[in-house]
Design a protein around this ligand. Structure first.
Ligand SMILES: [Zn+2]
Length: 459
């Protein structure tokens, strides 16, 4: 049997984000194959065998890799449009373009979204893809292959919409699926791509889009399908006041009660946004163990509101961070969401006690892993867990005068990523992807964005 190959990283500050928030001012990590073998303060143990890489990480902070819990990769091609609209008006403006997506566009957009996140410290990303226009090709396959090629751990939330314009929904009718088609295609995606192994690079979740673009029957049957297949459930929930109004008018109850009535609260569910919650909604999420993907930049960009993250955390609700689609968060980065989550929370009623810098880092790492159901494998730096971690450079002009490296990471300018590992494989080196050519991705995404704009303009 081939001996396991080791990478030794030394002389860096370490924020483990374990249950005790253990930190080391100067410490080491030993990666063995795909896992973390050991870590601690001081120098690495002597006499380790088969060390193939030794990294002197002086001036760096090591953290778990960031976990993105909500995104729409395809939106990389429609950034910077409808910049002054609320959610519903923005959707109406953008659906005509999204309805014309095809496989080469989605593949290019996924590579752009993943590359941007990876070079900023994301090691695991979830993508909620719910636009499957007729005849558009194998969009799920395009997403899975893009993540695999770039080396980013991936959860594909296979979405769906069946409430088109003729049924009082927002998307054009040719961009929605029938209930039977959506369920069959979702089941096939799980069978093709869902990997249950500990170090899986691809998992699949069942993810109808939202209460206002999906029928009650599709919501119910999606939940049944997911539970029958043993996969997680994801959707958008309680994002705006308009959605709340829609639910009251259409269903005679608020979004959280509607989700409960359709089987959409539970430990296997995570929901994007959850901005408009009252105390009883928060209690319902806590009681059922339902997770939340908090997207502070997108919520601000679309004027959705401020999510009650401090109250969710106090109630014990699992909370992770999300970029959300890049049509409502053009930066496409997750490390800036650590800062934005903290700043936005402090504008709410809890003021300066709303979120600490360490709590913000926890949201972006361990919290995200919990929300995606991968807490046992990733999300903190601990022996036996997968070697998904980031070395942030803290000795340049931007951060060198800040003594606390976690404060520097969360509050300071976006820190350069010297190295990022997934399953022990280095995917970023000195701020650049090792797994793909960023310039090629930039050219391809620009070309596909133009193609989409031209096809949309032709109508
Ligand atoms: Zn979203």
């Amino acid at each position: 049997m081939e001996a396991v190959r080791r990478t030794v990283i030394e002389n860096c500050a370490i924020a483990t984000v374990d249950a005790e928030d253990t930190e080391h001012a100067s410490g080491y990590l030993v990666l063995a194959g795909r896992r973390i073998e050991s870590l601690g303060g001081g120098r690495a143990p002597e006499g380790l065998e088969n060390v193939v890489h030794r990294i002197d990480a002086t001036g760096h902070l090591a953290t778990p890799g960031l976990v993105n819990t909500h995104h729409h990769f395809y939106q990389w091609l429609t950034r910077g449009l409808a910049t002054d609209r609320n959610l519903f008006d923005w959707l109406v403006a953008l659906y005509p373009a999204w309805a014309r997506l095809d496989e080469p566009m989605v593949h290019a957009a996924a590579r752009g979204s993943l590359a941007m996140m990876a070079r900023g410290g994301v090691t695991t990303a979830a993508d909620h893809h719910y636009v499957f226009p007729r005849g558009s090709g194998d969009l799920s396959g395009a997403l899975v292959h893009a993540a695999r090629d770039l080396g980013v751990r991936f959860t594909l939330a296979r979405g769906s919409m069946d409430r088109g314009e003729k049924d009082g929904g927002l998307p054009p009718d040719f961009a929605v699926e029938t209930i039977e088609d959506a369920l069959a295609a979702t089941e096939e995606t799980v069978r093709q791509h869902h990997d249950t192994s500990f170090d899986a690079m691809t998992r699949v979740a069942v993810a109808p889009c939202s209460p206002f673009s999906v029928s009650t029957e599709l919501m119910r049957r999606s939940a049944e399908l997911a539970r029958g297949l043993g996969v997680r459930l994801h959707t958008h929930g309680s994002e705006t006041v308009e959605e709340e109004k829609f639910c009251h008018e259409r269903f005679g109850m608020g979004p959280t009660d509607y989700f409960e009535s359709t089987g959409w609260l539970g430990e296997d569910v995570w929901m994007a946004h959850c901005v408009h919650l009252d105390d009883s909604d928060i209690a319902a999420l806590a009681r059922t163990g339902t997770g939340v993907a908090h997207c502070p930049s997108s919520n601000a960009r679309l004027a959705a509101g401020i999510a009650r993250v401090p109250d969710l955390l106090a109630a014990g609700v699992p909370v992770g961070l999300g970029v959300d689609g890049t049509a409502s968060n053009e930066s496409g980065e997750l490390h800036t969401e650590l800062r934005n989550a903290l700043l936005v929370a402090r504008l709410g009623p809890h003021r300066e006690t709303a979120l600490t810098v360490r709590r913000a880092l926890r949201l972006g790492t361990h919290g995200g892993a919990r929300v995606l159901g991968r807490e046992a494998e990733i999300g903190s730096l601990e022996p036996g867990k997968l070697a998904d971690l980031v070395l942030w450079r803290m000795d340049t002009l931007a951060h060198a005068s800040i003594a606390d490296p976690v404060a520097a990471l969360v509050l300071g300018a976006p820190a350069p990523v010297t190295a990022s590992f997934v399953n022990g494989r280095r995917i970023v080196e000195d701020g650049r992807l090792r797994t793909a050519d960023e310039d090629e991705i930039a050219r391809t995404t620009r070309a596909q964005a133009r193609r989409l704009a031209e096809i949309t303009a032709r109508g």
